[in-house]
Design a binder for this molecule. Sequence first.
Ligand SMILES: Cc1ncc(COP(=O)(O)O)c(C=O)c1O
Length: 374
Amino acid sequence: MNRIMSGTPPSTRPTPRPGVLDIAAYVPGKNTAPGVAKVFKLSSNETPLGPSPRAIAAYQGWADHLEEYPDGSASDLREAIGRAFGLDPNRIVCGAGSDDLLHLVAHAYLVDGDEAIHTIHGFLIYPIAALGAGAKPVVVPEKDYTADVDAILTAVTNKTRIVFIANPNNPTGTCLSFDEMKRLHRGLPPNVLLVIDAAYAEYVRHNDYEAGIELVATSENVVMCRTFSKIHGLAALRLGWMFAPAHVVDAINRIRGPFNVTGPAIAAGIAAIEDVEHQQRSREHNTRWLDWLTHEISKLGLKVTPSVANFVLIHFPETKGRTAKNADAFLTARGLILRQTTAYKLPNALRMTVGSEEANRLVVAALEEFLGKS
Ligand SMILES: Cc1ncc(COP(=O)(O)O)c(C=O)c1O
């Protein structure tokens, strides 16, 4: 029986499923500074070193085959990732960025009325993916800008189906230790999927950190998402991967687009993951300038949340003329584009990607001037 026959008044136009119109659409970092000749985009956590030259060559190699569909199972890429991390390629799914995989997980595991937990300053895609699947995002507090395992566990109800956690988190740059992540996992019912989003894992130097591989390998309800957009510098190609239990891989493979990863992305991804020296150079650059920025910006009297990723969260006072909004305008006028974090419930902060030496030095000098200290 259709809805007209059953007596439900017909809509005058198609309506999206419940939740969709509650979504505040994701707004990417700015990339323009009107009237400024040279712009430094430090708003999207892109690597200042760019991709591996080998990845660029592999990408260009595809130009002569654009009429061909890619391998829908991305098997060469999954094997390359498997070799790099010692993983079974059958337990890997690739996606058009890790965003694609986060949405796929939400659509595979959430139905109307389910709950998906994320932390208050967690990555913005989590509530978007949950609402898009008809579920309710449940927001929990953090402690010192860090995910709070007890708060997450307290929020679990019999409607909870997913816990999304970015480790390290964007935009705070903080992370949970492996022990804390294990404690979180131990406290979750077995039917709740723990989604560890480790987009910035390659940058972390803490020896008590584990990206998620071990937990995925030893349980049935944990997945780990990774991306080629950050340390590998392939954000434009949209490429991510997920390591998951076999039953989750099976579910995701049933609903993903059959060619959700492009041929050029597969080719570039293989070259990128195999170019270990390039990754090492990127990590070394990041380590050096992350420490320098944290030190120099703190010296100016601004609070910087200690970060393990490739960006820093800078906190500004609420004093008129010295706010995050004022600083953003001041920096943008000089071609230095940082990320506003109001949508992350951090209206008094800006997030800055670790940039080139030139960009980093310019931001510190500009902040000094902004604060009247130069
Ligand atoms: C925590 C986190 N997860 C996922 C992503 C998405 O990455 P991708 O480009 O692979 O979709 C980002 C990008 O900013 C991120 O910060």
